[in-house]
Design a protein around this ligand. Structure first.
Ligand code: CP
Length: 304
């Protein structure tokens, strides 16, 4: 039995396989429409979500399976003090696979030690979000056709941004990838990511505060939201929340084949006028999340 807690648990060959399956699902969804008949996915979301939870549910329904779960800790027995370990042990009797989001870093890992079915980390605090990274990789593959030879700008909350931490890990395994880390001082990438991932893999990176200076050299611009829920101090959030707003004017200096990604939800960090720019990929990215999660469910359930 295999869970997915961290994107690095998947080899690059396995990621290629998942992407190939996702592309095949996109090309011929009917072929997959009964693959999970009789199987059940549980979505245990202790933190809010739109895309991840609903795309997991859409993925399982698209495979002919069933879905059960809860969308907030308030509506589960976690509100009465039940542990994650007990919750997943019990839900293992009701479902064949569990997708879990939790505000505490490491909670899905703990869950995987107690569950009797595969656990998928659907985001744990400011730590990791491996299925968002699979979504991002499918999007990059469809947009760019390669993972090598890319300059990737990551902009916004690089400190608490779990999607940023996961994509840096995943992309650090490819050749000639350079990161431009764009953030205010207070939201810089954590030291452990620099040491354990970037330096360890000899990945080229620069840190800057200026989106305008960085934009001309980028092949991919990955915008992120400054996350109110990760701040201890509301004043700090208000001071930093609108540091970066991508708009049409800033994009004038960007490459014509730039791909603009964002895990969503967005607040103000991408102006609505950018949505009609052909370089904006974030809504396609959200759709890709359904197809790659279908591929992942098939893999973890061992369905051919
Ligand atoms: N990208 C993402 O995780 O979105 P949700 O929080 O809506 O699931």
């Amino acid at each position: 039995m295999r869970s997915l807690i961290d994107i690095l648990e998947l080899s690059t060959a396995e990621i290629d396989e998942l992407i190939d399956v996702a592309k095949d699902i996109i090309a011929d969804p009917k072929k997959y429409s009964e693959k999970c008949h009789g199987k059940t996915l549980a979505t245990l979301f202790f933190e809010p979500s739109t895309r991840t939870r609903l795309s997991f549910e859409a993925a399982m329904y698209g495979l002919g399976g069933n879905v059960l779960g809860f969308a907030s800790s308030d509506s589960s027995s976690a509100a009465k003090g039940e542990s994650v370990a007990d919750t997943v042990r019990v839900v293992s009797g009701y479902a064949d696979i569990i997708a879990m989001r939790h505000p505490k870093e490491g909670a899905p890992l703990v869950a995987s030690m107690h569950a009797l079915v595969p656990i998928i980390n659907a985001g744990d605090g400011g730590h990791n979000h491996p299925t968002q990274t699979l979504t991002d990789l499918l999007t990059i593959s469809r947009e760019k056709g390669r993972f090598n030879d890319l300059t990737i700008g990551l902009c916004g909350d690089l400190k608490f941004g779990r999607t940023v931490h996961s994509i840096i890990g995943a992309m650090s395994r490819y050749d000639n990838v350079k990161f431009v880390l764009i953030s205010p001082e207070e939201l810089k990438i954590p030291g452990y990511i620099k040491q354990d991932v970037l330096d360890k893999n000899n990945i080229e990176y620069v840190e800057t505060r200026s989106l305008e200076d960085a934009i001309p050299e980028l092949d991919i611009l990955y915008m992120t939201r400054v996350q109110r829920e990760r701040f201890f101090n509301e004043d700090d959030y208000i001071r930093l929340k609108d540091t970066y707003i991508l708009n049409a004017k800033k994009l004038e200096k960007a490459k014509s084949d730039l791909s603009i990604l964002h895990p969503l939800p967005r607040v103000n960090e991408i102006a609505v006028e950018v949505d009609s720019d052909p370089r904006a990929c974030y809504f396609e990215q959200a759709l890709n999340g359904k197809f790659i999660r279908m591929a992942l469910i098939l893999k973890l359930l061992g369905v051919e």
